[in-house]
Design a protein around this ligand. Structure first.
Ligand code: SF4
Length: 246
């Protein structure tokens, strides 16, 4: 792989590296400060993320999809909003830890608005945060801010769901009729065969195949199976819902 290709594939990292180099040349003091902050957050992420990934795997394996769909899915209604608010409020850890969990919830059937509520309450109205706020700024300040924030979160969740559908989101696995398609991105070489065979199911982004979320119930099971067989690196797994690879 040429350097140009590597840079193209990691545009954001390349931009950050370029900014760092520029700051080191023109403002070495600031560069050292920035480096210190980056190392601090890196260490924090290394400590937190393995636990979060473990938690995600445990929820993925132990909480049935039906339960998530029922409690947080399209028909969960206002109770689903309340449950999401509670889940976000009792969470712990930095907000970036919530993203893998949110993605897993979306894949298992949670609606977009409920994920927005979980993320937002996780970020700004966590219980430990409220307790500290009441201690330093007073109970009435905390109470008024909580009420207004909850109203804002509910409005934001409603608007986000109107603007962003699950079909717009790229996820690595989804269910089609009674099957689940899972793409292993460690194996995918980005040849695009699957997307050419079934463009209504797969799409390519940054030279990796992704499964489009929902909206293709009429796709033939045999055709999906064929894409898995044609994948040169066996990156596509087609499973029975909740079962072994078909
Ligand atoms: S066919 Fe396999 S390797 Fe090729 S893009 Fe699809 S998943 Fe990736």
């Amino acid at each position: 792989m040429t350097i140009t290709k590597v840079l193209k594939k990691n545009k954001l990292m390349a931009l950050v590296a370029l900014i760092y180099v520029s700051i080191f040349i023109f403002m070495p003091d600031k560069a050292m400060e920035a480096m210190g902050n980056s190392v601090y957050y890196l260490v924090e992420m290394v400590q937190v993320l393995p636990i979060i990934f473990l938690l995600t795997v445990v929820i993925e394996a132990l909480v049935p999809k039906e339960m998530i769909t029922k409690r947080l899915g399209a028909k969960s209604g206002f109770l689903g909003n309340i449950l999401s608010l509670i889940l976000g409020s009792i969470s712990a850890g930095p907000i970036y830890a919530a993203f893998p969990i949110s993605k897993m919830l979306l894949t298992k059937g949670a609606r977009v608005s409920n994920v927005v509520i979980i993320l937002s309450s996780w970020a700004v109205i966590k219980l430990p945060m409220l307790a500290n706020e009441a201690k330093f700024l007073g109970v009435s300040f905390m109470g008024v801010r909580w009420v207004l924030t909850v109203i804002a979160i509910l409005i934001m969740a409603w608007i986000t769901e109107k603007l962003v559908s699950k079909k717009d989101m790229l996820i690595t696995s989804t269910e089609v009729t009674d099957k689940q398609i899972v793409i292993n991105h460690d194996y995918c070489i980005g040849c695009g065969i699957c997307a050419k065979m079934l463009p209504e199911v797969y799409e390519m982004t940054d030279q990796k195949a992704y499964v489009k979320a929902g909206g293709f119930k009429s796709v033939d099971d045999a055709m999906i199976q064929k894409t898995a067989e044609k994948c040169p690196v066996n990156a596509i797994n087609v499973k029975k819902k909740g079962g072994a690879v078909a």
